[in-house]
Design a protein around this ligand. Structure first.
Ligand SMILES: [Zn+2]
Length: 474
């Protein structure tokens, strides 16, 4: 710039736009290392960690984090474990993480997870396969090669995109049968979630009995919460499959005594995984995913997102207690991208309706996934009272019609009904939505424990992998 130029910002003319752009390009060329995730700036000395526990609340907007934390402050007079970490731990490193994929500003979970998983950005939909076709080794494979134990725990199918992104290489995330085989071949030690059909002989396309193959490799298999509890302490290799599809939403789980007795919570699976892995002589790497926060975000279902975020936070509490006792474990708490654009809105005169709205949302006992099919199947005359019962809100006839339930008209489809429900319930619950899809903002990233100081305040998702391999000595 011209040093005699006054220090005000000159009007942006075509000429100085190009001048500024050229300067910017020169600066970028001079500092390429800072611009690429795989070339992280070398730190003088990075503290080493023996274990890594990586927690991901899939699809968590800042509004979701705030909703869960504010709810706990209102009802239990305490902060969430995640916010408590920021409040009380002077060593925590908090960053904003850039979430994009190789081909898109807004990532899917496969590409976002792969950036962490292999340290390179891949196209949306693929798992650790680069756009030019290479298959870089995933984090758990690298950990295994160094003698560490490895684990994947999730509330989705065990073979879903986020857990798979730490272990598998596949051109499409949808091939969950092949992901299960890669877990077996790559020797992942602890696997928990849903998705039984991807492991069973009678439901797999190739007829392989993966359950028997896992057992032949020394795995104990758990199908229920009591079975998991019985085996976790005495075994180091556990395959826990607790549902055919995803595990139930936490909101439905807590309202159903049979589900509570048979399906473990994320915190219970986390505690069991830590029991298995803590025995590892060379340490371990464990990924834990609250996978259904993303699904509640897609559905614009505020009560469901609250209870899954609370369940995730309970798992954060289990992990922090474990890590604080040991001092050799790096803990990451983050999300792969936002979903739904959840936000706590100021509601009512002087915003006085916000807190009551959040508390009303928390009282709801079921997810849309549970009650919207029942609403669609009901007779027109039953719908208003059904909807009032499920939501706890005095829904009006006009509001019911605005959802797409019009006399003699076709029924609304599930996708448009989800979005319409989200828009309707904003007025009652004080939680708003921007979309039924993923969002593209920087997201929350927290690191605590040995090596946490390596992370800069703004971190690319693919750079995270390289910091982790350096901290773990992989
Ligand atoms: Zn999603």
């Amino acid at each position: 710039m011209n040093p005699s130029h006054p220090p005000s910002i000159p009007p942006l003319t075509r000429r100085n736009f190009f001048h500024t752009a050229a300067l910017g390009a020169a600066a970028a060329a001079a500092t390429p290392a800072l611009l690429r995730g795989r070339d992280i700036p070398a730190a003088a000395s990075v503290a080493k960690a023996r274990n890594l526990i990586f927690l991901c609340s899939d699809g968590m907007n800042h509004g979701t984090l705030a909703f869960a934390d504010q709810y706990l402050r209102m009802t239990e007079d305490r902060s969430s474990h995640w916010m408590g970490l920021y409040e009380t731990d002077r060593s925590v490193v908090r960053a904003l993480m850039e979430t994009r994929s190789a081909d898109r500003l807004v990532p899917d979970s496969a590409a976002a997870g792969s950036a962490w998983g292999c340290g390179e950005r891949v196209n949306n939909g693929s798992l650790n396969i680069t756009p030019d076709g290479r298959e870089p080794a995933a984090l758990l494979v690298k950990a295994k090669a160094r003698g560490k134990k490895t684990g994947l725990v999730t509330t989705t199918t065990a073979t879903h995109a986020t857990p798979a992104s730490f272990a598998a290489n596949l051109s499409t995330r949808n091939d969950e049968e092949s992901i299960a085989v890669q877990y077996l071949e790559r020797g992942i030690d602890v696997i928990m979630g849903g998705g039984r059909p991807f492991f069973l002989q009678r439901t797999r396309g190739d007829g392989r009995d993966l359950i028997a193959e896992f057992e032949a490799k020394g795995f104990r298999v758990a199908r229920t919460a009591p079975e998991l509890k019985a085996i976790a302490a005495d075994h180091s290799r556990v395959l826990g499959l607790f549902a055919d599809g995803h595990l139930p939403y936490s909101i439905d789980h807590r309202s159903d005594s049979e589900l509570r007795a048979t399906v473990p919570t994320l915190a219970e699976m986390t505690a069991a995984a830590l029991l298995c892995l803590a025995k590892a002589r060379e340490g371990f790497v464990l990924q834990i995913e609250g996978g259904r926060v993303d699904h509640a975000g897609h559905a614009n279902d505020a009560p469901a997102i609250l209870h899954d975020q609370l369940a995730f936070d309970a798992a954060v509490g289990v992990v922090l207690a474990f890590a604080r006792e040991r001092g050799d474990t790096l803990v990451i708490v983050t999300t792969d991208h936002g979903t739904g654009g959840a936000m706590v809105n100021g509601l009512g005169s002087g915003y006085s309706a916000t807190e009551p709205g959040l508390l009303r949302a928390a009282e709801v006992r079921h997810s849309y996934e549970f009650y919207l099919p029942r609403l669609l199947a009901a007779t027109p005359g039953e719908r208003l009272s059904l909807l009032r019962n499920y939501t706890g809100c005095e829904i009006t006839e006009e509001e019911l019609a605005a959802l797409g339930f019009v006399p003699d008209g076709p029924l609304p489809n599930r996708w448009s009904l989800n979005r319409a429900m989200g828009a309707l319930l904003e007025r009652y619950f004080a939680v708003g939505w921007t979309t039924g899809h993923h969002t593209g903002e920087g997201v929350e990233f927290a690191a605590v424990g040995p090596g946490a100081g390596a992370f800069p305040a703004y971190v690319r998702n693919d750079a995270v992998h390289h910091h982790l391999t350096e901290i773990l000595g992989l």
